[in-house]
Design a protein around this ligand. Structure first.
Ligand code: THU
Length: 142
């Protein structure tokens, strides 16, 4: 089940750099249509961190979410590798989960036991899920 924390909680000390990366990249979001800024940071099994922010497009459907941006950056940066930890930062009172398209996209790289931290930069609320709670029955091969 989801666990709730506050951003300053010392239980988060180990993952704080990843949360801070997600919060920092959120500032680069290009969201002139929704004005909703999102940042994502991914720690890979190789120990590297990749980040992304949402980039909107006038076509709306061409918009790329922060999570897919970060996953794309990881493949561009080091090739395919498995994800160890995922952090997503947004500015609503309750931190937002990844959309279903992003859950599908992340599932190609992410085992069910991987922790996903959702952070609200407005309230400091942090929710931690196992990836399998967000994506219980992923489509990853055929
Ligand atoms: N968005 C993300 O980047 N990630 C999410 O997890 C939810 C939604 C973006 C897409 C769009 O630019 C804006 O937030 C509003 O949906």
């Amino acid at each position: 089940m989801a666990e709730d924390y506050k951003l300053e909680s010392e239980e988060l000390d180990e993952v704080r750099p990843l949360l801070e990366t997600a919060m920092a990249v959120k500032k680069n979001a290009f969201a002139p249509f929704s004005h909703f800024h999102v940042g994502a940071a991914i720690l890979t099994e190789k120990g590297n961190v990749y980040s992304g922010c949402n980039v909107e497009n006038a076509s709306l459907g061409g918009t790329i979410c922060a999570e897919r941006g970060a996953a794309m950056a990881s493949v561009a940066g080091e090739g395919y590798s498995r994800f160890r930890t995922i952090a997503i930062a947004s500015g609503s009172d309750e931190p937002v989960p990844p959309c279903a398209i992003c859950r599908q996209f992340l599932s190609q790289f992410t085992d069910g036991d991987v922790p996903v931290y959702l952070v609200s930069t407005r309230t400091g609320v942090v929710k931690k899920f196992d990836f399998s709670e967000l994506m219980p029955y992923p489509f990853i091969e055929f």
